[in-house]
Write a protein that binds this ligand. Structure first.
Ligand code: TGC
Ligand code: FAD
Length: 392
């Protein structure tokens, strides 16, 4: 069984910026990852199997609906607590954090914000407890970075809607109970629809042979004349801004999550460098390795500060889409670079499943692509500071 020796780096004593509640929430997520995730995650990734036994624990640490009000089964935590939970889960594995991000920010958030009371009461408590798992269908085979061009459409048939189209690269789709799906009506306006497993004409084939996020189940959503009850349309927001609003919340969580992956890679490399003897002394004593480790902790500390401040702004409802893009882009890139450097510090051992680094590195290739690619986030920031869109 893998031993988890993780010690979280906090070079600038940033714990001082956290409340007692933040630390309590963070520490209980950290303990859960050590106890329940670390021992099983390498096998799950090697076998490309989502470890469903973790769903209950994810619900218990408040990862499902972290900031959703208690009346709907949520944990009613603030945005910094939500971020810290994502950080700790991704310290374990990005694929498990994906499941939590999708459930909270991409499924519960739109039902809470854009749904009506009946929809909130019907779905949110079951999603919070993990009895229901959700997925989010925006990306299509021909429309990834440009979701406004989506082809999935629904038609008003009087007493129901008829949904046709396909979504691709959907986290959790192979086992999700419900899907929040974005589709155009006959006028070309984008709406969110709740599609339930078992509806005739709805299928969710799994995508196999991934080298990344192997412990997360990814798949398609196929709609072949699916009859959707009218009460399953999210009534309170439409247009591309509706799904993009959910992405703001998920991207914010990913900015925190990436710090977790980076911390795990740094901590593993530091410990290894102090123990591994070459040329008669620990490799941590060589200047080249000290440069790598020093640059890692510097970048982690900068990301921690950036993201904590973003959390404060998010709590005050002042965080902008472009600020969130900057943090998601910076932190995932930072984590990926740290994973690559940490892997080198471990030499050949770094390519094995005895250490988490290679798994994090491969996972982060998905994280830097989904929820808006590295390029797209640069262009969102570019648009914000220049006032000119590079997309049109
Ligand atoms: P654009 O013209 O800029 O905007 C269209 C309308 O949306 C409004 N808007 C927003 N509203 C709320 N929140 C935001 N963040 C918003 N950003 C824009 C905007 O004001 C406008 O409203 P209106 O009323 O004027 O119509 O749209 P565009 O077509 O030029 O596209 C902009 C662009 C490229 C930035 C956007 O499409 C984009 O972000 N593309 C990236 C796609 C993406 O991130 N997909 C993610 C799919 S989900 C996923 O990956 C889940 S992985 C989960 C996991 O496993 O963890
Ligand atoms: P494309 O949009 O085809 O981009 C290809 C390349 O072109 C990229 O490098 C991109 O940066 C670049 N590019 C595109 N447009 C521009 C431009 N205007 N300027 C400069 N460069 C540009 N989607 C969901 O809806 N739900 C999910 O749950 C989900 N989960 C995912 C899980 C995984 C493991 C992965 C890998 C993806 C997931 N996605 C999901 C899809 C993800 O959001 C998309 O892959 C992403 O938005 C990019 O779309 P694309 O892959 O089609 O790339």
């Amino acid at each position: 069984m893998t031993q988890d020796l993780f010690q979280a780096p906090d070079y600038y004593l940033l714990d001082d910026l956290l409340s007692d509640e933040h630390k309590l929430v963070r520490d209980s997520a950290r303990e859960w990852v050590k106890r329940d995730v670390t021992p099983i995650i390498e096998d799950a990734a090697q076998n490309a199997k989502f470890p469903k036994q973790l769903l209950k624990g994810l619900a218990e640490i408040g990862a499902f609906g972290s900031f959703i009000p208690e009346e709907y089964g949520g944990a009613n935590l603030d945005q910094i607590s939500y971020g810290l939970i994502m950080q700790e889960i991704e310290r374990g594995d990005s694929g498990i954090r994906s499941t939590a991000s999708v459930q909270t920010s991409l499924v519960m958030y739109p039902i809470w914000k854009y749904g009506n009371n009946e929809q909130r009461e019907k779905y949110l408590p079951k999603l919070a407890s993990g009895e229901f798992i959700g997925c989010f269908g925006l990306t299509e085979p021909n429309h990834g970075s440009n979701p406004s061009g989506m082809e999935t459409k629904f038609k008003d048939m009087g007493d129901h809607y008829l949904l046709n189209g396909a979504k691709l690269w959907i986290s959790n789709s192979p086992f999700a109970d419900i899907a929040v799906v974005w589709a155009k009506n006959e006028k070309g306006r984008i709406h969110g629809l709740i599609v339930e497993r078992g509806m005739e004409g709805f299928s969710t084939p799994e995508t196999h042979h991934k080298w990344s996020l192997r412990a997360s189940a990814t798949g398609e959503l196929i709609f072949d004349n699916v009859k959707i009850p009218k009460e399953n349309l999210l009534p309170n927001k439409s247009g591309l801004g509706a799904p993009l609003g959910c992405l703001d919340s998920a991207r914010y969580g990913i900015a925190w999550g990436a710090i977790g992956a980076a911390m795990d890679c740094y901590d593993t490399a530091l410990r290894y460098a102090k123990e591994r003897i070459q040329f008669g002394k620990p490799i941590a004593g060589f200047q080249l390795q000290q440069k790598k480790l020093t640059e890692m902790i510097t970048e982690i500390t900068k990301a921690q500060l950036l993201t904590w401040r973003l959390g404060v702004l998010k709590n005050e409802e002042r965080a902008t889409t472009a600020q969130i893009s900057m943090a998601k882009r910076n932190n995932v890139d930072m984590a990926l670079k740290i994973a690559r450097e940490a892997r080198q510090i471990l030499g050949a051992m770094g390519i094995t499943g005895d250490y988490s680094i290679m798994r994090h590195m491969m996972n982060l290739e998905s994280v830097i692509t989904y929820e808006g690619t590295h390029d797209i986030h640069l262009l969102i920031t570019g648009m914000d500071i220049t006032g000119i869109s590079a997309f049109k």
